[in-house]
Design a protein around this ligand. Structure first.
Ligand code: SAM
Length: 287
């Protein structure tokens, strides 16, 4: 296997110039130009020679080269057609890579895992396009795609929201959703100068290890997430008011108050004070 040639500013610029590549802001294109960060991501993802890896948004193929050296198989899904001839060039000689020119949100990833890994769990590794971080991650969770872990570069603020618990200003629907499906762990903070062009925000690499079993049992998972959304949509309201005002829910004032009371909570409690286990218990009372 060829050693990676990309990952530093000079070689990245050479590839971009060779193809007169124009960055597309709408695709969240910020390419990694720091080999230390790339090594750190690959190490954090704990890729082995048996692994099948899905890379979302390979760009010019920088991380793809690193992944190809570590994994058995790499599937890279890239939306920007202008990058496909570049990837053919930069990934020449990396025989274990398959590039798919598609919008990742439209790809049937479970089918890919079946074709490429016999249905066994794959690992997802990516420097994500920030404008669709949440739909990508929630899509992987909710469609119950066979995934072992997700190691991704995201906006620093989003990584914080994924990892935090009750009592923090960052705690919200994303924290609860991520923690229901996975164990989050922030691997590294990454400053803007590690990318070309530089993003306006700080970034972080986060690893999400998917649970084999959810950490809490709930009779109606969908209802629990409706309750979570309702309580954080109106963050400054009490939990009872948030649930009463939600167009997604249809419970009476009495039903809601009784359920909250049965958790041992007072009427002025806010949703942001509840743990995942308490939201699950609330859903069970109301279901
Ligand atoms: N992996 C490269 C790197 O680290 O240098 C590029 C990362 S860049 C932050 C995000 C990449 O995702 C871009 O190549 C962009 O074109 C691609 N992308 C954006 N939206 C996408 C989508 N819906 N489906 C697939 N790829 C997408």
């Amino acid at each position: 296997m060829k050693q990676p040639t990309l990952g530093n500013p000079q070689n990245t610029i050479a590839v971009l110039q060779k193809y007169n590549f124009v960055f597309q802001k709408k695709f969240g294109q910020n390419f990694l130009i720091d080999t230390h960060v790339l090594d750190k991501i690959i190490r954090a993802a704990q890729i082995t020679e048996e692994d099948c890896v899905l890379e979302i948004g390979p760009g010019i193929g920088t991380m793809t080269q690193y992944l190809a050296c570590a994994a058995r198989r790499v599937i890279a899904v890239e939306i920007d057609r202008a990058l496909i001839p570049i990837l053919e060039d930069t990934l020449d000689g990396y025989e274990n890579v398959r590039v798919i020119n598609e919008d990742v949100l439209k790809v049937d990833i479970a089918k890919l895992a079946e074709e490429e890994n016999g249905g066994r769990p794959i690992k997802v590794v990516a420097n994500l396009p920030y404008y669709i971080t949440t739909p990508i991650i929630m899509g992987l969770f909710e469609k119950h795609v066979p995934v072992k872990s997700i190691t991704v570069m995201v906006q620093k603020e989003v990584a914080d929201r994924m990892q935090t618990g009750p009592g923090s200003k960052d705690y919200g629907a994303l924290s609860l959703a991520v923690q229901y499906y996975a164990d989050p762990y922030i691997v590294a903070n990454v400053p803007p100068n590690c990318f070309m062009p530089r993003p306006k925000v700080g970034s972080a690499v986060i690893r999400l290890d998917l649970h084999e079993e959810p950490p809490v049992k709930v009779k109606d998972e969908k209802l629990m997430f409706r309750l979570i959304r309702a309580s954080f949509n109106q963050r400054r309201k009490t939990l009872a008011n948030g649930l009463k005002n939600s167009p997604e829910l249809d419970f009476t004032k009495e039903e809601i108050e009784e359920a909250i009371l049965s958790l041992g909570k007072g009427p002025s409690i806010r949703g942001e004070a509840l743990t995942l286990a308490e939201f699950a218990a609330l859903a069970d009372r109301l279901s």
